[in-house]
Design a protein around this ligand. Sequence first.
Ligand SMILES: Cc1ncc(COP(=O)(O)O)c(C=O)c1O
Length: 421
Amino acid sequence: MADLFDKCKTDQGNFGAFRAMGDDYFTRPTLDALPGTRMDYKGHEQVMWSVNNYLGLAQDDEIKQIALDTIQTHSVSAPMGSRMMSGTTSDHINLEKKLAEFARKEAAMLFNYGYLGVMGTIASLTGQDDIIVMDKLSHASIVDGVLLSRAPFRVFRHNDMNSLETVLKRVNRERKGGVLIVGEGTYGMTGDLADLPGLCELKEKYDARLFIDDAHGIGVLGEKGRGTADHFGVQDKIDIYFGTFAKSFASIGGFSASSKEVVEWILYNARTQVFAKSLPMVYVRTLVKALDMIINGDDRRKKMWENSNKLKKGLREQGYFIGEGESPICAVCIPLKGKPVEEIGPLTVKYLREKGVFVTGITYPVIPIGLFMFRMIPTANHTDEDIYFTLNVFKKMESDLELDTTLTGDDLAGIRKVYGR
Ligand SMILES: Cc1ncc(COP(=O)(O)O)c(C=O)c1O
């Protein structure tokens, strides 16, 4: 008879081959230092391109001071209990009001984690009679929210409005309840922006609602960092706007923003928050400051864009295919040329780490099968020295590992699935 734990002895499961080989380069590297542009890995300084600290707030001294003061008055756990019972304070309500104003919506609701917020929001609004229509490259939290909701779902090709329209036509023939279209504003792994004007047009045409998880757009794009929908001028058409604090805010948590009645519904029905302890005060108070710094962060955003443009330009000049999205994320495609990612992934990642450049490799199931990318996050704190050092290491890697950066076969097919070309 099979034992439940038999699978744990195999190389199956998520990144199973890496787990089985005891890899600590490609998966689960140990990084002990404060998130920044230089960090130590295995006792060796690295130029860091893997933390989502877009505006550099992770080391901010004012935020640190507010955290220390709040810990003095509230310690680390206050308030205790769920929001429904004993976990609501005027600070929580005040932050929610500020977030609603920032997102240009009537109301907002805090969650302890972005992941749980996305899941809770989607699952609270949809049920067996509704249908969810999901972009193929949606983040795991969206997929899990859809599964938790028990609503039937359909998938459309990534960012492909023709595919979405075909799905919506079919869905409208069979729908009994409402329809929710779900996706990201800025796709965090590939760096491309959702066609939000197209999504808004179709959701209106087919009487659907639209949920956008803007984890990587908030703070980064749009006027005062209001996000991807603001960048496209369609924020008022997004029915539920979601932001996480784990990226540009350099904190923890997230929020859903929508009309007053929808937020109230989520507040009472999102099981991932209703039945969980409230966000601690130390986060709530520091988030007020982080939001303020994001709103007044034009200089930081300008520097982040300059750094992103320099890095992308340099890598393109060396022949690398860089994701074509308009976000600062620099997704560098490393052609596999038919070789297994288990070979090329660790080889290239290890080479870069040994030379002092820290990047994260991404592969299936995060991006289409057959594609291998480095996802690099340029931040406001990177310097020219960091960028030129990195470009030199990439150049040397091409010759030392005899890497051919031209895309062919499966690599091109994968690129087409992401960027539509
Ligand atoms: C698109 C997207 N949604 C949700 C999340 C989860 O957010 P958090 O880390 O705040 O739980 C992430 C984080 O990786 C993300 O990239």
